[in-house]
Design a protein around this ligand. Structure first.
Ligand code: ZN
Length: 172
């Protein structure tokens, strides 16, 4: 089932999400819905707070090459356990901030630990787009958006555009 994606500004996007204590069918259903919502958007990552669920859960698939097999990842309680000194700058966007982009600098490689859909603990080194994306999504779990990495003026400009977009959407 597709879920509605919250648009910035929204107080629910600013909250720190709570860790998942027990994996249950409800949480697995939420994870599946998030993948469906993400692919439909289309996007390469989605965090539970973006669909108004304050739990530490993200979905991502950063395979971008045409014809390459999809690689959907569901991560409960994802954590960065190591990050490279080397940095990488990428022009990021966000499904909660449609059509707005900004350059964000983050560690180029990270090690991520998480609980998968079957409740197993996993760990993986990520680089390139995957590293950028997983850090962007984990930021969401801490109430942080990519525009929080931008200069205040640029952030305010984007926020005003989003307020205008939301007024237009509300009018229908
Ligand atoms: Zn985002």
């Amino acid at each position: 089932m597709k879920r509605q994606i919250l648009i910035h500004p929204d107080p629910r996007l600013k909250q720190v999400a709570r860790p998942v204590a027990d994996l249950n069918d409800e949480l697995r259903a939420l994870a599946d819905d998030m993948l469906e919502t993400m692919y439909d958007a289309p996007g390469i990552g989605l965090a539970a707070p973006q669909v108004a669920q304050g739990v530490r859960l993200i979905a991502l698939d950063c395979v971008k090459e045409e014809g390459e097999a999809p690689r959907p990842l569901i991560m409960f309680n994802p954590e960065i356990t190591a990050a490279s000194d080397e940095l990488s700058t990428y022009e990021e966007g966000c499904l909660s901030i449609p059509d707005q982009y900004g350059e964000v600098t983050r560690p180029a490689e990270v090690t991520v630990r998480w609980i998968d859909r079957d409740g197993r603990e996993r760990s993986e080194d990520m680089a390139g787009l995957w590293a950028t994306c997983v850090q962007h999504e984990i930021d969401h779990l801490d109430g942080k958006l990519f525009i929080d990495h931008l200069k205040p003026l640029r952030r305010q400009m984007i926020t005003r555009k989003m307020q205008k977009l939301k007024r237009e959407l509300a009018r229908g």
